[in-house]
Write a protein that binds this ligand. Sequence first.
Ligand code: BDP
Length: 719
Amino acid sequence: MMRIKLLLLVLLLHAFAVYGEDGYRLWLRYDKVEDARLLNHYKKELANLYIAGQSPTLNVIRAELDKGLEGMLGSKPKTVSSLHAHGTLLIATRNTDVIKSLNPRLTEEPGKEGFVIRSITHAGKRITVITADDDIGLLYGTFHLLKLIQTRQPLRALSVQSSPLIQLRILNHWDNLDGTVERGYAGFSLWNWHKLPGYIDERYIDYARANASIGINATVLTNVNANAWVLTPAYLKKVAALADVFRPYGIRVYLTARFSAPIEIGKLATADPLNEDVKQWWKEKVTEIYKYVPDFGGFVVKANSEGQPGPQNYNRTHADGANVLADALAPHGGIVMWRAFVYDDKVPDDRAKQAYNEFKPLDGKFRDNVIVQVKNGPIDFQPREPFHPLFGAMKQTPLMMEFQITQEYLGQSTNLVYLANLFKECLDADTYQYGKESTVARIIDGSATKQKLTAVAGVTNIGSDRNWCGHPMAQANWYAFGRLAWDHQLSSEQIAKEWTRMTFSNDAEAITRVTSMMDQSWETVVNYMTPLGLHHIMGWSHHYGPAPWIKDRHRADWTSVYYHKADSSGIGFDRTQSGSHALAQYAPEIQNLFSNRETCPEKFLLWFHHVNWNEKLKSGNTLWDELCYRYYRGAEAVKKMQQDWDSLKGKIDTGRFEQVRQLLSIQYEEAVWWRNSCVLYFQTFSKQPIPQALPVPDKPLSYYMSLEFPYAPGIKPQW
Ligand code: BDP
């Protein structure tokens, strides 16, 4: 009987090991180190643990180390309170006696949230020191040390110093109070508002751990299309409960503020930002919030954009609107992130120009605790966009970046797309606005602009799905966002490597295969969706799948034909002087580069130019042929990804191997769907055959045009 039970247990454990991997643990898996020599080395170096002091964050550090080291090394380290034993991990801030006693060897200045890790010998004993100016720095250092083990690096001669280049590293949740997530493709909201504050889901803690492990220190809990209810006491209690969970992990909570809240929950007759009652209302409301959440971070506001209320309803400016909230927050140290994602529904100007048109004249008119939140590109999180012209253009106003991690326009949760390459292309782009080194990264990290407040936000892809992000590989985008927010100088390849090692395997072949798939994935999706600078030709409203034929809607700039402008002569949006002249919003160097057909990078060709179907491109192909080749190349590349993934069978746990395999096969179908729809549709303008070498689509255009998806996920409820 006993033996049978034992056998059953072994079988069960085996089943878990092979099939049980479901992605919940993200990159914090902490599985046992297989290599005996390395294991021995880690055990020796980390036999003892000395954490100096007491604090909630230090408790979190201890818990994480226990979990991580027990998992990877098989046992927890022994707690000690002196440096007399060999192989001690010492974790202490720089103002502690123990660190002072080790000086002058630890002279580095880690700075706010930064950390230093050093291997030293003290009184003949080997010690690994993690030190920092604050407890949060120690937590970040701890995660770094765990990562070294997760990625199987030796712990000898460590000398690491790291500190964040950007102060606020923020996740934006577009989560609604009813539990749905706008543009969410991974289930429902993580926040169980109904059960809060009484019930603290274990997930909130794991969410905080994952964020802290990559340096994210802020979370905006609610959708930019805001609901004023979250500012009522009943909800503030719930917000406070989440803030309490996140605090030891260094994460501050922010909320979205609905501009008309003074009317909706304050029962005032107006939300006019210059009205004294309105000003007073915001002051009192903010004071109330700080009673619940003493370290509340502040507000994100979407105003006068896509139907949201705002100061313009009262003939006031965005600055007037932002400043009333900023004044209420200032005494408490809070900030306003005022979004520049606006486009007028009356002025028929090129949509790409509108944020600049509205915000540039307001430069210098915002309070010090306001930062203007600008999307990476001037339209809206397209598969590829040139950088937003506001970066570098507002010299008197701090600007921050808004990236989208959720793949609204990039295949949602069925397509494997590694976004670090997209983020990097934007961050590394030269704006030419501040002399020599004027990259977007140097504008938002303040090194070019000298702005005091610096921030970067990512619209998150996290939901209630067991694996958090819907697609196992989409976890990499959450990870990469955090890593780049911390240090935008990291290469996307390096980030992909460490993520793959921690998430899947330290096997050399697995790392090479997976990271090369990741590296090519973005160009691949751009090719089969919007090659050569095309944009916004997705399905109406849900943005799922191709629909370049969308026209005749109540707003021209919500149609596809508005953006591609295909006609019998050619295709593309002329944003040069002969067209909308959106290029005039960029520095002269960019204007020259992009307005000239010879020098305009082909990746942005149809973004800035209307090009004749027969014009020759760099490849020697005509535009029409090149467009076809790109669409086909994109779809073919997905086939290649499928083969690469299949070759990893046995190297990746069965559960996630199978999930990714199935998703890649959906992705291939979707790539072919995109390719066929676009090629057939654009052919109605070019009137040219698909190049002979390419297979003809097996269905007619009418078939693709007939497809409808009324229940596509993530849809905006009010649309
Ligand atoms: C668009 C989304 C929409 C958002 C909007 C925004 O389609 O759901 O509300 O951006 O950023 O990408 O405000």
